[in-house]
Design a protein around this ligand. Sequence first.
Ligand SMILES: [Zn+2]
Length: 294
Amino acid sequence: MLTIGVDVGGTSIKSALIEVGNPKNVDSYEILKFFSLPTEALKGRDAIVDNIVRSITQFGCLDECEAVSVASAGTIDWDSGKVTFATQALPGFTGLELSKTLSEKLGRRVVAINDAVGALIGEGMLGAGKKYGSVMMFTLGTGLGASFLKDKKLDAQSVVDTRLGHLCLYENGRDCLCGKKGCAEAYVSATALKKYGNENLYHLFKATDAVQRKVMTDFYKNLTKVALKSVELYKPDLIIVGGGVIELAEYWWQSFLKEYKSNCNTPIACASLGNKAGVLGSVYAMLNGTFNQQ
Ligand SMILES: [Zn+2]
């Protein structure tokens, strides 16, 4: 069957035309076409919604598509597909009935989930985690996302935003955007590496001077600490590390693994789907998840 998956962020909207052989067979999902267009978030809610619609209709085959699914930034109620909270990254989205609005505009059922959840389900079910049970995924970007998928069940209770990014690693440590001090994401995120190491991550990972090497060895230790805490609290069968930092994994991953493996036995892997995890995960969730009202 033909499906369309969409991934809405503050800067771009990615969409994919995805052929699915058997919804339960993780090897039967094939991306036929993939596009990215600007969100134009500054133009406000209606413009963003119009762009989401355009990202779907541009394939020109909505009539042949059996299902459409959207993963979007913001907190989205699992059952209703309503955005219960969104930051200024998507102005006016707080309170928007996203799945209902899109369903009406497109004339077919649309399921909406959170974008981090979409990426977690994509990697957990179809990507790096496909041979494992419960999966913890860290996303290193502006902040540190940490979401957990329990026993591969796709319902509101089994998909957990752990908020481990705001786990206190150091009493009275660095300032965090959340207002507290010493949070994990003030140490383990692309933002932190740029701020305390080098604005250019490629240069940081290749650097040989003592100061930047220290930033990296501290990063390995801190990421290991967060991973250990996640194992203690959630007992994942696999930890997946994703986000922009993983695009440069060849320069740092092996060094990190030395630190990690001397402290933790839980398998760990890099995310494998890149910027396609969200579109794939949203479609997989729609076809296999338990949604009460969407
Ligand atoms: Zn914090």
